[in-house]
Unconditional design. Structure first.
Length: 314
């Protein structure tokens, strides 16, 4: 089942305490497309400038990403710069956001893209996300949405509208609190879900994710890694595993959401092991399945049997 993604394609400049990289291939739609290309056909709609390198289009094409919706416009490609300070790389500061061609971006979907059964509205201006929803010929089976503080602060009304139309919403812990104007995360989650989404994925960086769906909450840890190179794109790569699982299996049961969350965590954990999409490009299906198994081991423990007592051993 084809997944349509509309989002940013960018050149990022990243600083971490250990290293830095200038103008590396980034953007929400880039991470998502490269990640999900392992699991489902993906069609990308985004804007690039005159400076966007042909080899990067080729890279996407080589992963099977449909790049016919990549619009090249006059001007420079969207640029973002961020810095991570602490050794665990859990907090970051945006140093610079240059919208460039993104400022005038007007997504235009082909007839085929308008019929996509799965839609991921990656982190872009919520007004553009609404415009994409309007262009869909029929409501997709699954509309998933990501956003960030930049838009929560700047375009709240439009964001409220698009959230009301989403099935699955991805947000960072801090963003969820800000968006709901509520300090307690569980209460914030309830308030956000009352706005429309049937599932809410709260990303907690190195602390994993919480998936709220219906009355249930599922928690998946982040995979313990001894060396994190660059957390940029982990959220979008998480979304690629999450939606990739659902698109590949069609499973939208609570059990399916749990597996989707673990596959998301697996993909996110690979993403942070190198800059840009570099690590994702090296992965075999075996690598992905091995880490999925390692996740089961990480969280498995003997359940308490019916009628059993916790502290008695025989
Ligand atoms: P993540 O680390 O998952 O939040 O995603 C980081 C990616 O989001 C980077 O590659 C940036 O190019 C991209 N990005 C940063 N700010 C924005 C923005 N305001 N709109 C769209 N994409 C952005």
């Amino acid at each position: 089942m084809t997944v349509l993604v509309v989002g940013s394609v960018a050149y990022d400049t990243i600083k971490t305490p250990a290293a830095s990289r200038e103008d590396s291939l980034g953007g929400s739609a880039t991470y998502f497309s490269v990640g999900i290309s392992r699991f489902a056909p993906v069609s990308l709609v985004a804007v690039i400038g005159e400076d966007f390198q042909e080899r990067h289009i080729e890279l996407l094409r080589s992963r099977g990403v449909d790049v016919s919706g990549l619009q090249r416009e006059q001007g420079k490609t969207f640029r973002w710069a961020g810095e991570y300070f602490s050794a665990d790389l859990n907090s970051r500061t945006t140093l610079d956001t240059q919208l460039n061609v993104f400022a005038e971006f007007s997504p235009s979907l082909s007839a085929e893209q308008r019929r996509s059964p799965y839609l991921f509205l990656a982190n872009i201006d919520p007004e553009l996300q609404l415009d994409v929803l309007d262009q869909m010929e029929r409501r997709p089976d699954l509309v998933a949405l990501d956003s960030m503080n930049f838009w929560i602060d700047g375009k709240r009304d439009a964001l409220n509208k698009v959230v009301a139309n989403a099935d699955v919403l991805f947000m960072d812990e801090g963003e969820a609190r800000d968006f709901a104007c509520e300090g307690n995360l569980v209460t914030a989650a309830r308030k956000i879900m009352a706005m429309g989404p049937s599932a809410l994925v709260i990303k907690q960086g190195a602390h994993g994710v919480l998936v709220f769906s219906g009355d249930t909450v599922f928690s998946a840890p982040a995979f313990p890694l001894d060396h994190v190179v660059d957390p940029t794109g982990a959220g979008d790569t998480f979304a690629s595993g999450f939606i990739g699982y659902i698109a590949a299996t069609g499973d939208k049961t609570p059990e399916g959401y749990r597996r989707a969350a673990v596959l998301g965590s697996v993909m996110g954990s690979f993403c942070v092991q190198d800059f840009s999409v570099d690590k994702l490009l090296t992965l075999s299906m075996q690598d992905i399945e091995d880490r999925f198994r390692a996740f089961s081991q990480l969280t498995a423990f003997a359940p308490l049997q019916d009628g059993g007592s916790l502290l008695t051993r025989n």
